[in-house]
Design a protein around this ligand. Structure first.
Ligand code: ADP
Ligand code: MG
Length: 253
């Protein structure tokens, strides 16, 4: 099976603080792959190195067989990689519609004089409204984003990551801070929006991981501890000792 995304011998440090050690991540085309691990394991840093926010101190990143190490996030977006962030990143004074429209425009690499083409603008409006309908946010189309509930706000962010129609989407802790209902809705939204796409998600909520992921990579202290199906990861003693055991203890408290 083809790997759509691959990292080879990836290292990263922050002023000498070594955060990633020889990370060889392999993501197969079309799968939903979860990256799990304790806080501080290096998961977000790994995403940041993959998506060009940081240049790795050593190693390479490949997307569809092409080296993309250190490429700018906007160029990666045009190649077909979308991402959402652990923190909220929408423009809070703009409306839901305006935020999504920006995502759609960014894929097309549009410059400002583009707005003079009325027919083009109508096409973008139609595309944005179609997306709003698919994600059940038409009722909030003209709300400033700051007026959205937390769950709807995060749903908008997932949709923003998808608005550029990427082949590969990276989602960083999309369910963090969501209620049970909001999490359930977000999982359904992701299933609907990412059909036929490759998804890599960082997630702490094991219910979410086990309901979405085809395969899991466990990151521990900047290194890959295990890779496998949810079933294999659940039964892996090293993973239980390093991570899942802790979660079970926490859940019981
Ligand atoms: N910008 C940064 N500058 C310095 N240290 C950082 C920075 N970002 C993350 N770190 C450190 O790198 C380690 C991994 O962080 P992170 O990738 O955010 O972990 P995770 O997402 O798995 O919780 C942590 O020790 C964190 O404090
Ligand atoms: Mg993180």
């Amino acid at each position: 099976m083809n790997n759509i995304l691959e990292t080879k011998g990836l290292y990263h440090d922050f002023d000498g603080l070594q955060v990633l050690f020889d990370v060889n991540l392999q993501i197969r085309e079309g799968e939903c792959h979860a990256v799990i691990g304790p806080n501080g394991a290096g998961k977000t840093t790994l995403f940041n190195v993959i998506t060009g926010t940081y240049k790795p101190s050593k190693g390479q990143v490949f997307f569809k067989g092409r080296e993309i190490t250190g490429m700018q996030p906007c160029d990666l977006c045009r190649l077909g990689i979308g991402r959402s962030f652990q923190i909220t990143t929408t423009f809070s004074r703009l409306t839901t519609f305006q935020n999504l429209r920006m995502g759609i425009l960014s894929k097309k690499g549009v410059r400002f004089n583009f707005f003079k083409r009325v027919d083009k603008m109508e096409e973008i409006t139609r595309e944005t409204d179609d997306l709003l309908r698919r994600i059940n946010l038409m009722g909030e189309r003209n709300f400033p984003v700051s007026a959205l509930s937390y769950g709807k706000h995060r749903a908008l962010e997932i949709s923003l990551a998808m608005s550029t129609d990427p082949d590969l989407v990276l989602l960083d802790e999309f369910a963090a801070g969501m209620s049970r209902d909001e999490t359930h809705n977000a999982v359904e939204l992701i299933k609907k929006m990412t059909e036929g796409k490759t998804v890599v998600l960082i997630e702490h909520d094991m219910d979410v991981v086990f309901s979405l992921a085809d395969r899991i990579t466990v990151l521990h202290r900047g290194q890959i501890l295990a890779v496998g199906t949810p079933q294999e990861i659940r039964q892996n003693q090293e993973v239980k000792d390093a991570y899942l055991g802790d979660l079970e203890v926490n859940a019981a408290c």
